[in-house]
Design a protein around this ligand. Structure first.
Ligand code: C2E
Ligand code: CA
Ligand code: CA
Length: 586
């Protein structure tokens, strides 16, 4: 009767003994005790090919055999299979100590002494298998764990070098690649792409659309450049394209144009058509003293300011930027340091010669940089946002100055002071409210303050501008369109805006006595203004002939060096008093 199945009945057991009877006996015994996966061989030389095919779970190994002794087999197992070697129980007739010691030394797990005692044989086999499977399980678990850890590590590494949306190389991977190229001395061109509209699209249509857009763009760039270029993502709206080429102007221009074309074609996503723009800054590995980071910085620096196009890095770009940064830093503290002041340029009524108002113009004198022209710092303040606090200061200053002049009678009671307002100020939703509140708190008569806004500024957000201007107009704050004739001169829009003054740009005024075309333009503007019931102010009047022509054309007011440059407070008061005396005398 067979015994109940042992715990490891499926174990592969290999019996190796040159004595046929022993093999048969052991196999029969194993079979009887439920081990049905046992095999036996008489020639120890077969053991090698057999094990190469499949490792048994246990070897019962004779010591004294022809061709190969049990010790030889143990030695081979140790060198060939090391840790993985299956456990070996040595079958031996001798009990001499040396043989046993040698076998133990070579890794034998246990001994069975011939002739076999059945009980003992089975117990020792069970024990050996028990230990073997325990170790095996532990080992398997360790291997599994190791594999899991390796897989996870690889995934983390991949993720850490990959943009999660596009699977394109991310910053780290890009920098590493650039580093590699630099170290190998490989030529490469670096295109830093600033994608215009990406953030707006995400805000307007949601992130699903902007992510789909990124994938489309990736495919387009891959489609065009293929293996020639690495496309990577610096952040959602800044991408990078690296081509392994030395600097050659023709190739750079061609590639930059190709990138711009890829980006400029509209993208169709879920029945939505979206448009992207791009600016490209370019650097290359041929530049001196560079690291990957440095190359990237230079490419980013080379980004052109205009809304589209490309530019190759040149040292002059950095100089200009340094200057801008210094200027910007200085500008930041200019308000606190009280470095600003206003000057006032009189506005003259052409037919009477009376000073009927002035334009307040901002001045900045920095302790180190000296006088900085508003032409340089106003645009800077506009891009940085500083114009908001600066603009507030200008309005406050202008209001208190005018209060003082009126209170002391230094200007006529209908005198009107104009301040320049940037589009950033105007498009703040609370601009008109705040201005009106401030005027209410002041002692100024209604209509004493005027604001000048450039036409291009107005056109940037006509709807918001219109709402603000309407509110101001209702409270009789007059609005002048500055630099008229240089921007869009979009009459259709102007008709819809509550504007009361048009300022003819000085570009036309300064040439009107010599250039008939400018002269006609000035005349047209004046005519048109009359049709809209606006008054006209001519800027930059430098010669008496110009003033005469303008007056003949019906222009009401003039401003310019011919009358006076912008003046500091005391000089301005002096100027007004002088004009007053002259008029009284004549
Ligand atoms: P704008 O509003 O067109 O100001 C007129 C500019 O022409 C002033 O230059 C003035 O000094 C100059 N000007 C006056 N008469 C003549 C003349 O007969 N010939 C010539 N060639 N120029 C004349 P400025 O003061 O350098 O201001 C430049 C621009 O800076 C201004 O142009 C205005 O757009 C801006 N700006 C000045 N102050 C402020 C301000 O407080 N806020 C804002 N947002 N912008 C300001
Ligand atoms: Ca033998
Ligand atoms: Ca102005």
């Amino acid at each position: 009767m067979p015994s109940p199945a042992p715990p490891h009945k499926d174990a592969h057991i290999l019996v190796v003994d040159d004595t046929q009877v022993n093999v048969k006996l052991l196999l029969a015994l194993l079979q009887h005790y439920g081990y049905h996966n046992s095999r036996g061989i008489n020639d120890p030389r077969w053991i090698e090919p057999m094990l190469e095919e499949k490792l048994p779970d246990l070897i019962l190994l004779d010591i004294n055999m022809p061709h190969l002794s049990g010790h030889d087999v143990l030695g081979w197992l140790k060198t060939r299979w090391a840790e993985q070697a299956p456990p070996v129980i040595v079958l031996t007739a001798q009990t001499d100590r040396d043989t046993r010691m040698q076998a133990l030394d070579l890794g034998a797990r246990d001994f069975l002494t011939k002739p076999f005692d059945q009980q003992e044989v089975m117990q020792r086999i069970r024990n050996a298998l028990e230990v073997h499977f325990l170790l095996k399980e532990r080992n398997d678990r360790a291997i599994l764990l190791q594999n899991l850890v390796e897989e996870r590590t690889a995934a983390i590494q991949r993720l850490s070098r990959e943009d999660p949306v596009t699977q394109l190389p991310n910053r780290r991977a890009l920098l590493a690649q650039l580093d590699g190229l630099l170290q190998e001395g490989q030529p490469a061109l670096l295109y830093f792409l600033a994608l215009e509209g990406m953030d707006e699209i995400a805000r307007l249509h949601g992130y699903a659309i902007s992510e789909a857009l990124s994938l489309h763009l990736r495919d387009r760039l891959h489609g065009h450049f293929g293996e020639q270029a690495t496309v990577g993502v610096w952040n959602s709206s800044k991408w990078l394209l690296i081509t392994r080429q030395p600097l050659a102007k023709g190739a750079v221009s061609e590639q930059a144009q190709a990138i711009l074309r890829c980006i400029a074609q509209p993208f169709a996503i879920d029945q939505i058509k979206v448009h992207l723009g791009a600016r490209i800054g370019i650097s290359h590995t041929g530049m001196p003293h560079q690291s990957a980071e440095q190359l990237l910085r230079l490419a980013a620096l080379a980004l052109p300011d205009s809304s589209s196009g490309w530019r190759l890095y040149q040292p002059s770009i950095e100089d200009a930027l340094q200057k801008r940064i210094r200027l910007h830093e200085a500008l930041r503290s200019a308000l606190d340091q009280q470095e600003f002041f206003l000057v006032y340029q009189p506005k003259i009524e052409l037919h009477s010669g009376r000073v009927i108002g002035a334009e307040a113009l901002l001045r900045w004198v920095h302790p180190q940089l000296g006088f900085v022209s508003p032409i340089d710092f106003i645009p800077l303040a506009e891009t940085s946002g500083d114009i908001l606090s600066i603009g507030d200061w200008v309005i406050d200053r202008a209001i208190s100055q005018l209060e003082e002049w009126l209170a002391t009678g230094q200007v006529a009671s209908d005198f009107r002071l104009a301040v320049n307002v940037s589009v950033q100020q105007l498009t703040r939703p609370d601009f008109a409210r705040n201005l009106l509140n401030r005027l209410l708190r002041s002692r100024l008569p209604v209509g004493a303050l005027e604001i000048e806004i450039t036409e291009s500024g107005l056109m940037q957000n006509v709807d918001l501008a219109r709402a603000q201007l309407k509110l101001l107009a209702r409270h009789r704050v007059s609005v002048a369109i500055d630099d008229f004739g240089t921007g869009h001169s979009s009459l259709a829009y102007l008709k819809t805006l509550p504007v009361s003054v048009l300022k003819i740009d000085r570009a036309f005024v300064s040439n009107m006595d010599t250039n008939p075309q400018d002269c006609r333009l000035a005349e047209t503007v004046i005519d048109m203004a009359r049709n809209f019931s606006c008054i006209t102010v001519a800027e930059g009047v430098e010669k008496p002939e110009q003033a005469e022509m303008l007056q003949a054309m019906g222009c009401e007011l003039a401003q310019g060096y011919w009358y006076s440059p912008p003046l500091k407070v005391e000089q301005f008061v002096e100027f007004c008093a002088g004009r007053q005396r002259e008029r009284a005398a004549s």
